[in-house]
Design a protein around this ligand. Structure first.
Ligand code: ZN
Length: 285
C-alpha cells in the first residue's frame, strides 16, 4: 500500500463489473488490504464461503454494506426490517467485518409513489431502529457506522443528512461512547458542510469508524452514479483527510465511487486508477 496509509480499502461497488472473488484476488496487486463488500455479493457466495475466501487471501473486511432502511409504514414491515438487520449483524460477525454500515433510509412509501411526508416521524423510526439494532450488535461486538448522506437523498435513501445529526443520534443512543456506535464520513456526502471540521473533531477516535473517498464532479450528471475519482472534482480531499487523522481516526481510507463511467471500464484498470489517486492524495498531506 502507498506509504503513509494505515491500510487501503475498496468498496466493492466501485468495481461492480468484477465478481467479489476476482476483486479479492486482485487487491494485493494494487495495495488494497481490505474490501467493503455488499450483502448481495456475500449472500450469493454464501457467508461462510466468503469469510473463508477473505481470510485465505489475507484481505480484511473493512465495512459491510449494509443495514438500516428503517422507516416503514406498518409495524409488520418494521419487524421484517429489524429481523433482516439483525441478520446483517450476524453476517458482519461471521465475516469479521470492522463495522456494519447503517443507511438510515428515507420516507416510507416514496418508491411506491405514496410518500409519507412526516420526516420527523421517519427520523424517529430511524432512531428507534438503530437503538434496537445496537443491542444486538453490542452482543456480537459489531460496530455500527451511521453514514450520513447528502440532503439530496433525504426522501428516498437516507434522512440522516449531516455529521452533526448522526453524532447527535450517537450521543443519544450511546452516551457512554462504547466504541460500538459511530459514523462513516463519506466526503461525497459531507464536503459542503461548514460544520464538517468541527463535527469530525467532535466525533473523535471512538466514533470515527469509516472514511470514504471519491470526488464531486462539476457538473454532476447523475445524483447517484456520477461520482469522480479523487482529484477530478472540487473536494479539498487533503484538508478533510487531515481533519480525519488529526481527530484520531484508526481505520482505513476507503475508495467508494459509484460511476457509470468507471463501471464501463475494465475493473483492473479502475483498481489501478483508484490506487494511483490514493498515492497522490497521501503525498499531498
Ligand atoms: Zn460511503
Amino acid at each position: 500500500m502507498p506509504d503513509g496509509l494505515k491500510g487501503l480499502a475498496i468498496n466493492s461497488a466501485t468495481v461492480r463489473q468484477m465478481g467479489l472473488r476476482d476483486l479479492i484476488d486482485a487487491c494485493p496487486r494494487f495495495g488494497f488490504d481490505a474490501v467493503t463488500p455488499w450483502r448481495n455479493q456475500v449472500q450469493e457466495m454464501g457467508v461462510s464461503a466468503a469469510a473463508r475466501y477473505f481470510s485465505d487471501a489475507g484481505i480484511s473486511v473493512a465495512g459491510y454494506c449494509r443495514a438500516g432502511l428503517f422507516a416503514a409504514s406498518t409495524a409488520g414491515e418494521r419487524r421484517r426490517i429489524a429481523d433482516d438487520n439483525r441478520l446483517a449483524v450476524d453476517e458482519a460477525f461471521a465475516l469479521g467485518a470492522e463495522s456494519l454500515i447503517i443507511l438510515a433510509g428515507g420516507l416510507p412509501g416514496v418508491g411506491a409513489g405514496n410518500p409519507d411526508r412526516d420526516l420527523v416521524k421517519a427520523r424517529g423510526q430511524v432512531a428507534d431502529g438503530i437503538a434496537a439494532l445496537l443491542e444486538h450488535a453490542s452482543g456480537a461486538g459489531i460496530r455500527l457506522a451511521i453514514e450520513p448522506l447528502h440532503p439530496m437523498y433525504a426522501a428516498d435513501r437516507c434522512c440522516i443528512n449531516s455529521l452533526e445529526q448522526a453524532l447527535d443520534l450517537c450521543d443519544a443512543l450511546d452516551p457512554a461512547r462504547s466504541g460500538l456506535l459511530g459514523v462513516a464520513v463519506d466526503v461525497y456526502h459531507l464536503w459542503w458542510d461548514p460544520k464538517l471540521r468541527a463535527q469530525i473533531g467532535r466525533a473523535g477516535p471512538d466514533r470515527l469508524l469509516g472514511f470514504h473517498l471519491s470526488d464531486w464532479l462539476v457538473p454532476t450528471l447523475d445524483m447517484l452514479n456520477d461520482r469522480g475519482l479523487m482529484g477530478d472534482g472540487v473536494i479539498d480531499l487533503p484538508a478533510i483527510r487531515g481533519w480525519i487523522y488529526d481527530a484520531g481516526y484508526r481505520f482505513r481510507d476507503e475508495v467508494e465511487i459509484f460511476s457509470e463511467r468507471l463501471w464501463k471500464l475494465d475493473g483492473i484498470e479502475v483498481l489501478q486508477q483508484c490506487a494511483e489517486r490514493c498515492r497522490v492524495l497521501v503525498g499531498q498531506k
